[in-house]
Design a binder for this molecule. Structure first.
Ligand code: SF4
Ligand code: SF4
Length: 95
């Protein structure tokens, strides 16, 4: 199991409330809101690598994920990225 899979496992084992709290902390690292591809759907969407793809991004204009502290810490964002449009890291790994 790699670092990112361990993170998903950790999140899976948390209560809904603690999971939401942890995701909220991760939002602090997520650079999506300043990315050229990002579209604000008015729902505060971010951390697409873990949550789900965006409900309004429909064009890829570059991806800042490789520069994200969370991506660097958990070693994601290079092989797979554009999570807002292509789906989560897990979804992309599973093809
Ligand atoms: S890897 Fe991308 S989607 Fe995930 S937190 Fe970082 S910037 Fe956001
Ligand atoms: S997932 Fe990548 S492409 Fe999408 S908004 Fe975040 S940084 Fe930009």
């Amino acid at each position: 199991m790699d670092l990112f899979q361990e993170l998903l496992e950790e999140l899976r084992n948390l209560s809904e409330e603690d999971r939401a709290k942890k995701l909220k902390e991760m939002e602090g690292d997520c650079v999506c809101p300043i990315c050229p591809t990002y579209e604000d759907c008015g729902k505060g969407e971010n951390v697409f690598c873990i949550t789900q793809k965006s409900s309004c991004v429909d064009m890829e204009l570059g991806c800042l994920c490789p520069t994200c502290p969370l991506a660097q810490k958990y070693k994601i964002g290079v092989l797979y990225n554009f999570y807002c449009h292509r789906g989560t890291e897990k979804e992309q790994r599973e093809g």
